[in-house]
Design a protein around this ligand. Structure first.
Ligand SMILES: C[S@@+](CC[C@H](N)C(=O)[O-])C[C@H]1O[C@@H](n2cnc3c(N)ncnc32)[C@H](O)[C@@H]1O
Length: 622
């Protein structure tokens, strides 16, 4: 066993020990593939790393079991099979029952319940709702508790009901918010429970057993064991419904196809199993003849044959020879009553003495064998000779009969048949080996088919996950779009407010710079642009003291610090500056704190406002 195989075995053993779930009977390739999928998601390179991971992250079990126990299912899965059940199989089954006899169903591996409720709807359609409630019991089992909890809830999304035939949703489901719930009064006949097909006892006395798309996850040995359980679980003539890719090639002794294509089978009755084991066919039972006491008839029958026959008395004398014997062995009248040993017939064509003694001693028929005999007149023949004791009703020995059966014709035929038999045997062996090969190929095909189906189901389940993720992403996207729209509205509003403020500030005639607590420019109005020749985009987010303008801003550093630290509520300075045209000007600069709207004790300084007003020309000249 390779190191990886040993690690995988250890992982399976660990799950069995810690969680009571035994996966050793599952098909290895697909099982390993599903384990690897989880390992990749959590970044574990090897099986033993994953075992360690499970020990530290018990949350992972749920994800793992969800991946291993693929719960893909739907209502009326494979519609032609359900149609055949509804139109032919179940009506025949119901017709063979008394009117009030119960009908017992088992959906094994029922996942989230759609299969069991499908059967419930089909039976309610066939029997009528009242009879359904009276007579039907549907047992639905699975190994997966989460799936069972969903099944018991019986609530399904509208999308899941799309596979229902027309009208059934309205007849069998009730609204439950945005979803649909299977009718409560019909749900009572469906009993959900946990059952592990590999190790638990089956439910018994069933009319129909549905086990679809579940057997295919198990290896051949486990499938065989489960099918034997199923055979036991079903009534005589009970019906087994498998999944589309489950063909039951190897268990024709247990189940015979009712419709192979739809995977519907019937239980092979036990009597036919026993009869087949004994090698009987129906034609083997023969009528016994009625006894005939007419002695004359018996004597005539003895006399005329069909085979030469002698009777030797208890005292060793020839007491009777019928017509064919007398003719074949040329017996004369005076031979009768003579000691048998003295007659040529006792020694030719075969030595009869030992067989006669044995038949008398052991009181049973003793075959002498086949011998060649050429009569005085005629061609050589082959005679099959047997000696039988003749017993009275009191069981005393009366003598023996010796029968010479002419097997000449059979001998020739036998030789011919022998040749034919050998040819047939050879042909049979060839046929058998072709059948074996076909069966192996068939089994391989089935296994490959099942493998494909399991891969398909895995893909379907991944697809469902992706669809859910997609739906989630879509709803997140919609939320983001709403937030975006709101932000856009707010920005629009803000822009309007800004424009309004800008208009006020411009009307006042001040150049205005609004700074944050780090003295970075947040607002730079048109008048400031005009005064210093610095565009708003060149000023925004730059440190006020580092702006390349004609204002000796460093002379405002102390005033800014004093206002930002809350030391003074207002600072004013007159500064000599140079405007954008290079002309010297005097600027009156006022620094105010930027505070939250509710000025008061707790008001916090959030920045500073610098108002810059150039003095009229004559002031500047002075
Ligand atoms: C693909 S679903 C089939 C559902 C349904 N029968 C159908 O065909 O639509 C296979 C189901 O088999 C169940 N399962 C797997 N191993 C099992 C076991 N050992 N015993 C019982 N159920 C098992 C899984 O939990 C899953 O719900």
């Amino acid at each position: 066993m390779s190191e990886a195989d040993a690690a995988f075995e250890a992982l399976l053993e660990f799950l069995k020990r810690t969680r009571g779930l035994d996966f050793t009977g599952y098909k290895r390739t697909s099982l390993e593939r599903r384990f690897r999928r989880r390992m990749e998601s959590v970044g574990c390179p090897g099986y033993s790393d994953y075992l360690d991971y499970l020990e530290v992250h018990p949350d992972e079990y749920e994800q793992l079991f969800e991946t291993l126990l693929i719960n893909v299912t739907e209502f009326f899965r494979d519609p032609p099979a359900w149609q055949d059940m509804q139109e032919r199989v179940l009506p025949e089954l119901i017709a063979a029952k008394a009117e009030d006899e119960p009908i017992r169903i088992w959906s094994a591996g029922c996942a989230s319940g759609q299969e069991a409720y499908t059967m419930a709807m089909v039976l309610a359609e066939l029997l009528g709702v009242d009879d359904y409630r009276e007579r039907v019991k549907i047992y639905a089992t699975d190994i997966d508790e989460d799936a069972l909890a969903q099944a018991r809830l019986a609530v399904y999304a509208p999308k899941e009901l799309e596979s229902l035939p027309d009208g059934l949703r309205e007849r069998y489901f009730e609204r439950s918010d945005k979803n649909w719930a299977f009718r409560k009064d019909l749900r009572r006949a469906v009993i959900f429970g946990r059952n592990n097909l590999i190790q638990d006892a089956p439910i018994s006395r069933l009319d129909v057993l549905i086990c679809r798309n579940t057997l295919m996850y198990f290896n051949a040995e486990t499938q065989a064991r489960i099918l034997r359980h199923f055979h036991f679980a079903l009534h005589e003539h009970g019906v087994l419904m498998l999944g589309k890719s489950e063909m039951m090639i190897s268990h024709r002794d247990l189940f015979a196809p009712l419709d192979l294509k739809k995977r519907i089978f019937t239980k092979q009755p036990r009597d036919s199993l026993a009869a087949r084991a004994l090698g009987f066919t129906n034609g083997d039972i023969a009528e016994l003849p009625t006894p005939d006491d007419d002695r004359g008839t018996r004597d005539a029958a003895l006399e005329l044959g069909p085979h030469p026959l002698l009777i030797v008395s208890r005292t060793g004398r020839l007491s009777f020879a019928n017509l064919p014997a007398r003719a074949l062995f040329q017996l004369a009248l005076d031979d009768f009553g003579r000691a048998f040993d003295e007659l040529p017939i006792a020694h030719r064509p075969s030595e009869l003495r030992p067989a006669i003694e044995q038949a008398l001693r052991e009181r049973r028929r003793v075959p002498v064998g086949e011998v060649a005999f050429t009569p005085d007149r005629g061609d050589e023949r082959r005679l099959g000779i047997a000696v039988s004791p003749l017993l009275s009703s009191a069981n005393t020995v009366l003598g023996v009969s010796v029968v010479f059966e002419d097997v000449t014709r059979y001998f020739a035929l036998q030789s011919e048949l022998e040749g034919n038999r050998r040819d047939l045997e050879l042909a049979y062996e060839e046929l058998q080996s072709t059948i074996d090969e076909l069966e192996t190929t068939n089994e391989e095909l089935q296994s490959a088919n099942e493998e494909l189906q399991t891969t398909n189901e895995e893909l379907q389940s991944t697809n469902e996950e992706l669809e859910t993720m997609n739906e989630e992403l879509q709803s997140t996207n919609e939320e983001l779009e709403t937030i975006n729209d709101e932000l856009r509205d707010r920005t629009g509003e803000l822009n309007q407010v800004n424009e309004f403020l800008e208009a006020i500030l411009t009307s006042l005639g001040f150049g205005v710079a609004v700074l944050d607590t780090h003295q970075r420019v947040q607002i730079w109005n048109h008048r400031a642009e005009d005064l210093w020749g610095l565009r708003r985009d060149e000023a925004l987010d730059h440190h006020f003291l580092s702006l390349d303008i004609g204002l000796p801003a460093e002379q405002l550093a102390a005033a800014l610090r004093s206002v930002l630290t809350g030391t003074h509520p207002r600072e004013s300075r007159e500064l000599q500056a140079v405007n954008r045209r290079g002309r010297p000007i005097v600027v009156s600069a006022t620094v105010l704190p930027l505070v939250s709207r509710s000025m008061g004790d707790g008001a916090k300084v959030q920045g500073a406002i610098v108002l810059m007003e150039d003095q009229p020309a004559e002031d500047a000249a002075e």
